[in-house]
Ligand binder design. Structure first.
Ligand code: NI
Length: 172
């Protein structure tokens, strides 16, 4: 089932999310719905607060080439356990900040530990787009958006454009 995606600014996007205590069928189906919502958008990552659930859950799939098998990834309680000193710059966007993009510098490689859909602990290293995406999504769980890396002027400009977008949407 597709879920509505919250648009910045929204207080739920600024919250520090709580850890998922125990996996349940409800949480698994939330994760499945988030994946469906992400693919439909289309996007390469989505965090639970973006659909109004302030719990530590993200989904991602950074496979973009046609013909390559999709890699739907569900992470409960993801944690970055190591970051490289080397950095990478990607032009980032966010499904909660539609049509806005900015170059953001982040560690080029990260190690992440998480609980998978079956409740098993996993850990893996990520680089390239996957590293950027997983860091962007984990930021969401701490109430942080990619525009928080920009200067105040640029951030306010984007926020004002989003406020206008929401007003126009509400008016229909
Ligand atoms: Ni985002």
């Amino acid at each position: 089932m597709k879920m509505p995606i919250l648009i910045h600014p929204d207080p739920r996007l600024k919250k520090v999310c709580s850890p998922v205590p125990d996996l349940s069928d409800a949480l698994r189906s939330l994760a499945d719905n988030m994946l469906e919502t992400m693919y439909d958008a289309p996007g390469i990552g989505l965090a639970a607060p973006q659909v109004g659930v302030t719990e530590r859950l993200i989904v991602l799939d950074c496979i973009k080439q046609e013909g390559e098998a999709p890699r739907p990834t569900i992470m409960f309680n993801p944690e970055i356990t190591a970051r490289s000193d080397a950095t990478n710059v990607y032009e980032e966007g966010c499904l909660s900040i539609p049509d806005e993009f900015a170059e953001i510098t982040r560690p080029a490689e990260v190690e992440v530990r998480w609980i998978d859909r079956d409740g098993h602990e996993q850990s893996a290293g990520f680089d390239g787009l996957w590293a950027t995406c997983v860091q962007h999504e984990i930021d969401h769980l701490d109430g942080k958006l990619f525009i928080d890396y920009l200067g105040p002027m640029k951030r306010q400009l984007i926020t004002r454009r989003m406020q206008k977008l929401k007003r126009d949407k509400a008016r229909g």
